[in-house]
Design a protein around this ligand. Structure first.
Ligand SMILES: *[C@@H]1O[C@H](CO)[C@@H](O)[C@H](O)[C@H]1NC(C)=O
Length: 332
């Protein structure tokens, strides 16, 4: 009797588990957004990272120059590479830091566009769910933030990836910091679903250009250096799918490293406020193009056939430029 009764209940449990897995994995599917390019199909945007300090540490100066350059380049939107609010993210959806570090800082007319954000490790030290809440969009309609999502703009597909859960040390012991892991645990399943979803989205992308954004470095000679977990688990996806740019923050600097065995350019734009760490690491195997240990931001212009990046310091000087092309435009 006992064994006979346990059989159907096992089946029910199995069905229930399968249903749960289905629901949770379908939930993990990436949010997908659209942003129309300019009439000629081109797109310009700025990238800033590691910024929210109520204007301090030159955040206001960087913001001012972003406004000037943003106007000049007629930018379509801004990308934030995370660590949006220091030191410990937002306390909740009504935290006044949101105005003090964002709304009242990036006031230039050219910056009154959508801001596409990812979360950084400092954002996870506060109420991470607050930053992805709809309420923030009511407080400032520029704000767009999900954990991971895609953004399509005709010639370009963007893939915003939540990199903090990949990093082991935040889950082990990190100097007594508390992290908001609601929605992340169990961690292994979160990461494996995320990798699957990003891989699928990359493989399905038919855009000419593929740009991936995450908070953490993959390759960097800055203070934090390479992120081993991403080198191992994430970089192979980017290489296999011919990603053009990987853009991150985390290291408070401006930096450009070229992969030698793939199309990937590693771009760090983490100079939104506190910088000048004064230490560098080794990062082997790739080509170091540019490293600046101070504040600033990056601009990107992408047309059907060409891609241009520039880095700017707090005075608005272009301190590094690089471009590439696809199709026939390379002969021009
Ligand atoms: C602000 O920027 C200037 C120019 O780069 C730099 O000399 C100064 O140290 C920066 N201030 C802070 C607090 O980082």
């Amino acid at each position: 009797m006992g064994t006979q009764r346990s059989k159907p209940s096992c089946t029910i449990v199995a069905i229930f588990l399968a249903f749960c897995c289905f629901v949770s994995s379908s939930k993990a599917k990436l949010e997908s957004l659209q942003h129309a390019p300019k009439a000629d199909g081109s797109l310009s945007f700025l990238v800033v990272g590691d910024w929210g300090r109520k204007g301090a540490y030159n955040q206001s100066l960087v913001a001012f120059q972003m406004g000037v350059i943003g106007e000049k380049l007629d930018v379509d939107f801004v990308i934030s590479t995370g660590d949006n609010f220091y030191d410990n993210g937002l306390t909740g959806v009504f935290d006044p830091s949101f105005e003090e570090s964002f709304t009242k800082i990036y006031t230039a007319p050219s910056l009154q566009k959508k801001w596409y954000n990812v979360l950084g490790n400092h954002d996870y030290r506060g109420n991470a769910k607050a930053q992805i809440s709809h309420v923030l969009r009511y407080r400032d309609n520029r704000w767009v933030c999900f954990r991971s999502y895609t953004l399509n703009s005709e010639n370009v597909d963007f893939f915003f990836v939540d990199t903090t859960p990949f990093v082991d040390k935040y889950f082990i012991e990190d100097k007594g910091h508390n992290y908001d892991w609601r929605g992340i645990l169990p961690r292994k399943r979160y990461i494996s679903n995320l990798l699957k979803d990003v891989d699928l989205a990359l493989r399905q992308s038919t855009a000419t250009w593929k740009v991936v954004i995450g908070h953490h470095t993959i390759k960097s000679i800055g203070h934090h250096g390479d992120t081993q977990e991403l080198l191992i688990h994430f970089l192979p996806l980017l290489k296999a799918n011919n990603v053009d740019l990987y853009i991150n923050g985390h290291d408070h600097c401006l930096e450009h490293i070229s992969s030698l065995d793939s199309s990937v350019q590693f771009l760090t734009s983490g100079g939104g406020s506190k910088a000048w760490r004064g230490d560098t690491k080794q990062s082997e195997g790739d080509e170091m193009k540019f490293y600046y240990d101070g504040q600033g931001f990056m601009s990107v212009h992408i047309s059907q056939t060409q891609l241009r990046i520039s880095f700017f310091d707090v005075f608005g000087n272009a301190i590094h430029k690089w471009n590439t092309c696809k199709f026939d435009s390379c002969d021009m």
